[in-house]
Write a protein that binds this ligand. Structure first.
Ligand code: SF4
Length: 278
């Protein structure tokens, strides 16, 4: 069965009782310059929706109740002008309450922030560790090898703050970093929110070659107790918001690069069917 863009989102709107897609997470392109071992969005295609089609889809979502849009990836800033134009449209035409982007910090420029920063409410930067070796172990590095990540995090956070954009930090806790103490650096970065995720396995995405995955995060998995130990160590950080595996599974309306509804872990079949035309 072949779907065109947005087709798969229709059942979401038609289920009873009707759900309103207040918060939408869209990953417009899967390409990334990093190689995080736990990543779900491995590069299976280069597709990106034409900008005018994307705007049409976003308008439909806004008409259905979307008030907040988050763009994630892949690395969104590999399509810097595209996402800038999307945010501009969402703020100027759709009057969305909030536009945010999750990125790895390596491709943000001051020029982009000067042009499009006014349309961005939240700059969310992924940072799992302030130890270069741990970042390399996680694959949280350009081409899996660069050592510039930590510097980029601090630089982008400062640039964003200077322009009035709120800074958020996202951390994935795995077997590599669950024992780390990140308190000092988080206090320096002063994010308004620090989202801390327990590494999540998604079948066929990061569960090894046997399941058709390009990535394998099985040896990164931690126990509930290890995740809790990380949270307890950072309990003084009032900005910390934990997301364990259960809360991650159904928090967002996730849309893929063709703006099709993806339901991670709750409805894998829908997701796989949605991708059958690649
Ligand atoms: S930064 Fe890492 S987790 Fe994010 S899209 Fe790239 S490879 Fe995946």
């Amino acid at each position: 069965m072949k779907f065109s863009w947005l087709d798969v989102s229709i059942p979401f709107f038609n289920t009873a009782p009707a759900k309103v897609p207040v918060s939408v997470n869209w990953f417009p392109n899967r390409r990334c310059n990093y190689e995080c071992h736990f990543c779900f969005h491995t590069n299976t295609n280069e597709f990106i929706l034409p900008l005018e089609d994307a705007k049409r889809g976003l308008r439909m979502l806004a008409d259905a109740g979307m008030r907040k849009l988050n763009i994630s990836g892949g690395e969104p800033f590999l399509q810097a002008r595209y996402i800038g134009e999307v945010f501009k449209f969402c703020k100027e035409e759709l009057l969305l309450e909030s536009c945010s982007v999750v990125n790895n910090g390596s491709k943000v420029t001051e020029k982009w922030l000067d042009t499009y920063g006014q349309y961005l409410d939240v700059m969310a930067i992924s940072c799992d560790s302030f130890d270069t070796e741990i970042n390399l172990k996680q694959g949280r590095a350009e081409n899996g090898t660069a050592t510039t990540h930590i510097g980029d995090v601090f630089k982008v956070a400062q640039w964003a703050r200077e322009r009035g954009t709120k800074v958020k930090i996202n951390t994935v806790v795995t077997i590599n970093n669950w024992e780390e103490d990140m308190n000092d650096q988080i206090e320096q970065l002063e994010p308004f929110r620090w989202k801390v995720f327990q590494v999540l396995l998604l079948d066929s995405e990061n569960t090894g070659a046997e399941t058709g995955s390009l990535r394998d995060a099985r040896n990164l998995v931690i126990t509930k107790e290890q995740f809790q130990a990380f949270l307890s160590r950072h309990a003084a950080q009032k900005c910390l918001v934990p997301e364990d595996n259960e809360s991650m599974k159904d928090s967002y309306l996730n849309l893929d690069e063709r703006m099709r509804h993806v339901v991670p872990a709750m409805n894998i079949q829908l997701k796989l069917t949605a991708r059958s035309d690649f």
